[in-house]
Write a protein that binds this ligand. Structure first.
Ligand code: BDR
Ligand code: CA
Length: 310
């Protein structure tokens, strides 16, 4: 049986793509999802995660809502400029049956790790609030993780401010806890913007998804919205599937290039708030993945999404 996978997310259009890539397997078995505020408010990200799993025919996977706001300082906004007010570009999705798991996301993650009889990988593709709460509140469970993969931060410039990447900027104190001073030993891979910004789906790939069936068509609708939003902001003709690359770093680690580093997070309230500094060659708990086989990664995204329509 494949090892277990948990995903903490804030869907989010690229979170949607990431969840669907994870549902396509087969290397890891997606057993649970927790949600956090970020690209949209918590009620939205939770409903979106449940609707996306229903789209994949996996409404059986439990979804638990976690933190609605950052740990210490309130955020100054959501990600509507890229993902739309509803978080998924206004696309049509099935109504998910039932309701979310009643536990807080961090408690749900802890219970799921403890209950697993196989190694568990956790992939965090939203702000790191739930993961910091997991480390602070349930360190015994966190220490049992085989691996944490984070999408966040950058070696170069940011995307929400000149200096900061969105997930880290939304909750820098949580990111400090997870990336700099975790207090538990969890092998961690940080997939940064430097790699994910290069992983932009060409129009032909989006067209191929649209023609593939109902799942691909929903992805194409969301990606069209997302690409338009990037263009309108002056970012050029790009559709970077950031979060799907973090999931692939868990499923196909050989496609990613990483190096050990000490990662520092700016938690001041100045212009650099949320920026990450990577001190390569310094011992730390993190391997920074800022490079990889971009064509192979993009091919994997499309192949796996297409599998869901067969
Ligand atoms: C990250 O920010 C969010 O808007 C995306 O979903 C992704 O997790 C990219 O900076
Ligand atoms: Ca995300």
């Amino acid at each position: 049986m494949a090892d277990a996978l948990l995903i903490d997310c804030d869907p989010g259009i690229d979170d949607m793509i990431a969840l669907l890539v994870a549902c396509a397997g087969p290397e890891l078995d997606l057993v649970g999802v927790s949600t956090v505020g970020g690209n949209a408010g918590l009620a939205r990200t939770t409903r979106n995660a449940r609707a996306v799993l229903a789209l994949a025919g996996r409404a059986d996977i439990p979804v638990a809502a976690g933190a609605a706001r950052p740990l210490v300082r309130s955020s100054t906004g959501f990600g509507a400029h890229v993902h739309g007010e509803d978080g998924l570009g206004g696309i049509d999705l099935p109504t998910p049956p039932g309701g979310p798991d009643p536990r807080h996301g961090a408690a749900f993650l802890a219970d799921s790790i403890r209950a697993a009889s196989r190694p568990v990988t956790l992939v965090a593709i939203g702000p790191l609030t739930n993961i910091a709460l997991l480390y602070a509140t349930f360190p015994d469970a966190a220490a049992r993780l085989a691996r944490l993969v984070v999408m966040g931060g950058s070696v170069g410039t940011g995307n929400i401010t000149r200096a900061a990447e969105f997930n880290i900027w939304w909750d820098p104190e949580a990111a400090h806890r997870v990336l700099t001073d975790p207090g538990v030993e969890v092998p961690t891979t940080q997939v940064t913007l430097d790699l994910t910004l290069r992983c932009t789906l060409p129009d032909a790939a989006v067209a191929r998804l649209r023609a593939g069936g109902p799942v691909g068509a929903r992805c194409a609708d969301a990606l069209d919205f997302y690409g338009r939003a990037y263009r309108e902001q002056g970012s050029g003709d790009v559709t970077p599937v950031h979060d799907a690359i973090a999931v692939l770093a868990a499923l196909r680690p050989e496609l990613i290039r990483s190096r050990p580093a000490r990662v520092l997070v700016d938690t001041t309230t100045g212009a650099e708030r949320g920026a990450t500094t990577v001190e390569a060659g310094r011992a730390g708990p993190v391997a920074v993945a800022d490079d990889g086989d971009v064509p192979a990664l993009l091919d994997e995204v499309v192949r796996r999404l297409s599998r869901l329509d067969r």
